[in-house]
Design a protein around this ligand. Structure first.
Ligand code: SAH
Length: 211
């Protein structure tokens, strides 16, 4: 899996603007046991560099994409991070290795509860999961140093932008389901001005707004 991530990075280096990802990110990718986050009958495929179905019509993201999105956030051990789309909790676990505190929101109650249980059993004590609509962010815990959205939204949700600190970084797939989606890096500079850049084409499940 690690060799496949490195190959993916090398293959996309012109798009992502780097030859290799941060060593700390790669260490986290080595340490977090992905097999514990995939359904039992798919464990044989846990270390393939691809997304896998995890029930409720949702997926666990491709390891290369998880590593890339994490790298782009430039986390430090003091970072407070918000994730939208907990799913299995795998991305949250990777973030928790690199940041001080991770908040993650999942709209499907059964997934939120399963992820909460799984991460607690594994001993993660710096991840808090809430069941709800990620379009609203998590105002009580804001502002965040970094925000990672793991479902595709048609445009950048305004509440998430508001909850990003000046100097903060957000990574989010933008586009409609089954259409072209782009992974976007959104930064707020120290004056609060927003800058966006597109990295590469991706395929995420949709960020649902049915509230
Ligand atoms: N990060 C996950 C994979 C995410 S799949 C992992 O590491 O396993 C995308 C997830 O986003 C799904 O679980 C889906 O239910 C959730 N989602 C979709 N729309 C959402 C919304 N508006 N608010 C919160 N979660 C949402």
């Amino acid at each position: 899996m690690i060799a496949d991530i490195e190959a993916g990075v090398a293959f996309t280096r012109n798009l992502i603007g780097k030859d290799r990802l941060d060593n700390r990110v790669m260490t986290a990718m080595r340490q977090v046991p992905r097999e514990k986050f995939v359904p039992r009958d798919l464990r044989y495929a846990a270390f393939r560099d691809g997304a896998l179905p995890v029930g409720h019509g949702q997926t666990i993201s491709q390891p290369y994409i998880v590593a890339l999105m994490t790298d782009m956030l430039e986390l430090t051990e003091d970072s407070i991070v918000l994730e939208i789309g907990t799913g299995t909790g795998y991305q949250a676990a990777i973030l928790a290795c690199l940041a001080s505190q991770v908040y993650s929101i999942e709209r499907i109650a059964a997934l939120a509860e399963a992820a909460r249980q799984r991460l607690a059993d594994m001993g993660y004590d710096n991840i808090e999961i809430s069941c709800g609509n990620g379009y609203q962010g998590w105002p009580e815990k804001a502002p965040f140093d970094a925000i990672v959205v793991t479902a595709a939204a048609p445009s950048i949700p305004p509440a998430l932008l508001e909850q990003l600190k000046p100097g903060g970084r957000m990574i989010i797939p933008i586009g409609l389901p089954a259409r072209h989606q782009e992974l976007m890096l959104v930064t707020r500079d120290k004056l609060g001005e927003t800058h966006t850049s597109s990295l590469l084409a991706v395929a995420f499940v949709p960020m649902v707004d049915d509230y």
